[in-house]
Structures are given as C-alpha cells and as structure tokens.
Design a protein around this ligand. Structure first.
Ligand code: MG
Length: 217
C-alpha cells in the first residue's frame, strides 16, 4: 500500500493537509519557534466541525502563526469571517503573511492585543454573535474567556476549549498551579451553565496526552 507511513497514517489518508498549511508549519520549525499549534488532524477536525455547524462567523482566541485560523477560514463560505485574537505582534505578522499566502485575507480579521481586553471590546461594541468559538490561548485565563465568549454567543454557538488536560495534571488535585487550577475552574463553570451542554474528550496524538472541551450554547 502506498503512502502508509508509521507516523502519518491519518495525515496522508484522511487529513490531506493543504500544502500551503504545511509550508507555514515548516517555516515555523525552521525558525525554531515552539510547536504549540493544533495538530493537522485536529485542524481538520475544527474544519469539519465548522462545516457541520454551517459556521459563517468564527471567533478564535490565540492565533499563533495562523495554522488553525487557516483551517477555520477554509471551512467558512466566501462571505464568512474568522476573527482571531493574538497577543504577540510578531506572531500576528507571521500569521497575516500565511493567511495572505493561503488566499484567505478576505475571510480573516486578525486582532492584536490581550484576548480578555479585545473580547471585552467586542462585547461593548455589540459584535454580532459567532457560530463557533475556538479558545486556544493563555490557559489560566480560560474562565475569564468563557464569560466573555458567552456574551458573544447565541443559541447554537459551538465553543471548543483546547489543551485542557495538561498531560494529566488536570486530574492531579495536588497540582495547584494557576494553569491547572483555572482549567479546573473553567470546566466547573462550563458544567454549571444551564443553557450550555458540554463534554470533554481526551486525545493522544503527535503532541502527547491532551484534550479539549466542546459545548453547545
Ligand atoms: Mg492549543
């Protein structure tokens, strides 16, 4: 059988990552920047989720070099929009270049700043609610992001929170560091919401033991 390699079975057979996305990742590796983007399989998952939802408006918190942003942009129709927030000006510039190269500049709006502050501004500006929200930024801020994201949601909004497992430390209650504590708080808050149904999935992938929450408003 062709194209079956030990590590990339899903990548070749199912994910079929666009070459321009792989090029963006390759550039990041060459620059020795950290591997903190979603895996290609998870990028495809976000793309499928957005398509299943029929999402036209997507909000992303944490752009990095725009990898998941590109998957989301690929999923929305021509008149759709992905708004993505990034703290680092350096990463934002790299992301914008990648998005331009992939031909998504008309679908993607990158916003620079602290995510909680930018989200507060979007709420104050009465921004039209989003169909889907992907939270993938500063982990200790997830509870704060959640509150603000709910203000930017409507019935039917899908909210996905990435990297909630911390290699199993989430369940190690002796670990009281702010990341673990606040992710536990995030999950508790999700569970308390009357109008939001949620679950969490644990994943083992190229990036190790991880997981995400998924919620429907
Ligand atoms: Mg992530």
């Amino acid at each position: 059988m062709e194209n079956w390699t030990k590590n990339d079975i899903f990548l070749h057979q199912l994910v079929k990552e666009p070459a321009i996305f792989a090029q963006a990742t390759s550039n990041i590796r060459k620059a020795n920047l950290p591997q903190m983007e979603v895996s290609s399989a998870f990028g495809k998952f976000l793309y499928l989720l957005a398509k299943m939802r029929g999402a036209k408006r997507i909000l992303e918190i944490g752009t990095y070099y725009g990898y998941s942003t590109m998957w989301l942009a690929k999923a929305v129709p021509q008149n759709g929009q992905v708004i993505s927030i990034e703290l680092s000006e350096r990463f934002l510039n790299i992301a914008q270049e990648n998005i331009n190269a992939a031909g998504f500049s008309n679908k993607v709006l990158l916003l620079h700043g602290d995510a909680a502050e930018v989200l507060s501004t979007l709420v104050q500006d009465k921004t039209e609610p989003f169909d889907m929200i992907f939270i993938d930024a500063h982990k200790p801020s997830y509870p704060q992001y959640l509150k603000l994201c709910l203000e930017l949601s409507k019935p039917g909004t899908v909210i996905c929170g990435d990297n909630i497992i911390l290699d199993g430390e989430l369940a190690n209650l002796c670990n009281r560091n702010p990341k673990a504590e606040n992710l536990r708080h995030f999950i508790e808050e999700l569970g308390k919401l009357d109008l939001v149904e949620s679950t969490a999935l644990q994943t083992v992938c190229a990036k190790g033991y991880d997981g995400f929450t998924i919620s429907l408003v």
